[in-house]
Design a protein around this ligand. Structure first.
Ligand code: ASP
Length: 325
């Protein structure tokens, strides 16, 4: 009898908070050298507004009972369309001056996932990843095959120049001139991502990027690598990362956070902090956003700033840029 009661209590403790927890949503727009005063007039306000608008897209879906997968896709579609971020329009450029886009999405309920890399003509790489996840059978498509899949599925196509902004051209030129600012420019990331928990308790993550300014054509970062830049597993967490992609791959960053929670019993915040410390120890910079099984939102970063925002059922939206906000 005592054992039965104990088992029931344990089941109640595990299930009740999750069932009682509401929806939650967090997004990032990249981490890097985002220092106070380093913006053109009006730029900081415009970025905060773009983050708030994208958050609202996902909030509306979750608040009306929509799924976490739909919410993270909608947030990332909005951020890809904004020239302020390094994804879609405004993507960082390769050393050849082209935009090569990476994206990934994962559904924590089913652990279905899909990723695309080297996308050059598909207007929304995250929509492409979502379509691949729904259609299968493959999980990862590269280059012309990814764009070809998008075309075959009727997803909007654009010339590569659609993604290229004057600001990104300037950044590439400065980097290639090798001026003193070159290293800082490299650190101005801008990748976008979102994580969510819906009312049904399902988790999802999505990330989209142009990668690093001056990257070699064909280079693949952590964003589309499931378990490095993007992961979602019900019962553990959903993670989207931004930062030095090579290091995030080597640290298995997103998966390591979920494993620390699932197998190590750590809180999401402790797990995120530990993995960012690991990234730092390997010489990397960046940040992560995490939502856990109960809808708790955590952020961790080791850069001066990370564009980020969050909203949960019953709390007001928050938008932040600097590490000390
Ligand atoms: N992590 C991305 C990459 O390495 C860059 C970023 O976060 O801005 O491709």
């Amino acid at each position: 009898m005592g054992r039965l009661l104990g088992a029931l209590l344990a089941a109640w403790l595990m299930v009740t908070p999750a069932a009682a927890a509401g929806w939650a949503l967090a997004l990032h727009g990249g981490a890097g050298t985002l220092e106070r005063g380093g913006y053109a007039p009006g730029e900081e306000a415009a970025i905060r507004e773009a983050l708030a608008d994208a958050l609202e897209k996902g909030r509306a879906i979750l608040a009306s009972g929509g799924t976490a997968v739909d919410a993270v896709e909608a947030v990332v579609v909005a951020l890809e369309a904004s020239p302020h971020f390094n994804a879609g329009v405004g993507a960082a450029l390769t050393s050849a001056g082209t935009a090569e886009l990476d994206a990934a999405i994962m559904d924590g309920a089913t652990r279905r996932a899909a990723a695309v890399t080297g996308v050059m003509t598909t207007e929304s790489p995250i929509r492409l990843a979502r379509r691949l996840m729904e259609t299968g059978p493959h999980v990862f498509l590269a280059g012309p095959a990814a764009d070809g899949f998008a075309r075959a599925h009727g997803l909007a196509q654009v010339p590569n120049s659609h993604f290229i902004t004057p600001a990104r051209r300037r950044m590439l030129e400065e980097l290639q001139k090798g001026g003193a600012a070159a290293f800082d420019i490299r650190l101005r990331f801008g990748t976008v991502g979102a994580v969510a928990r819906d009312r049904a308790g399902n988790l999802a993550a999505a990330t989209s990027t142009g990668g690093l300014t001056g990257k070699a054509p064909g280079r693949i970062g952590d964003t589309p690598v499931i378990g490095a830049g993007t992961v979602a597993e019900n019962g553990a967490c959903a993670v989207s990362a931004t930062g030095s992609g090579e290091i995030f791959i080597r640290a298995r960053a997103a998966g390591q956070i979920c494993d620390r929670i699932r197998f190590g019993g750590q809180t999401a915040q402790a797990a995120a902090d530990a993995v960012i410390a690991d990234i730092g120890a390997l010489g990397g910079d960046g940040g992560v956003i995490v939502v856990d099984a109960l809808g708790q939102v955590s952020f961790a970063l080791n850069a001066p700033g990370m564009y980020r925002a969050a909203v949960t059922e019953g709390t007001a939206p928050v938008v932040k840029i600097f590490a000390d906000e």
